[in-house]
Design a protein around this ligand. Sequence first.
Ligand SMILES: [Zn+2]
Length: 156
Amino acid sequence: MSKEKKRYIRYNPSFMKRVNDSTKTDWAAISVLAHEIGHHLLGHTLRHQESNPGDELAADRYSGFILFQMGATLEETLRCIEKEGDLHGTKTHPPRRARIDVISEGWKDAKRLKNKKITDFTPERSNIEETLKYTCSFVGDENTYYVNNVNQNGLV
Ligand SMILES: [Zn+2]
């Protein structure tokens, strides 16, 4: 961390080029960067300790989430870890299979979130009506207003 409290991600351009070449997709380098940004945003870099499998999986999940949002397919998202991930894992990094699983989960979480309709977030109408005393509506206003037992109103 610098004096200005800015955080930096340093990367090795020849490593990035090598992963893009070996996987034949630019999403590879992007997924590496997304993973590193994940470490920053999750606060891992503030602990000043060696990375560990738990942190790695959390950063992996984040990278899957972001790559979906950037437009990568699941296959493109996984290409880098499939090619570069260590089969059995290391002291700091989990085995490839576990990393593939969490990256997929992150990607699918982002997809689910995108497909969620706004109505999925509102409670069941029948539950609301049980706790309400009156409904009222106004001419020229398409909304229905509900008033509950303690005279609080809500808009449904
Ligand atoms: Zn990492």
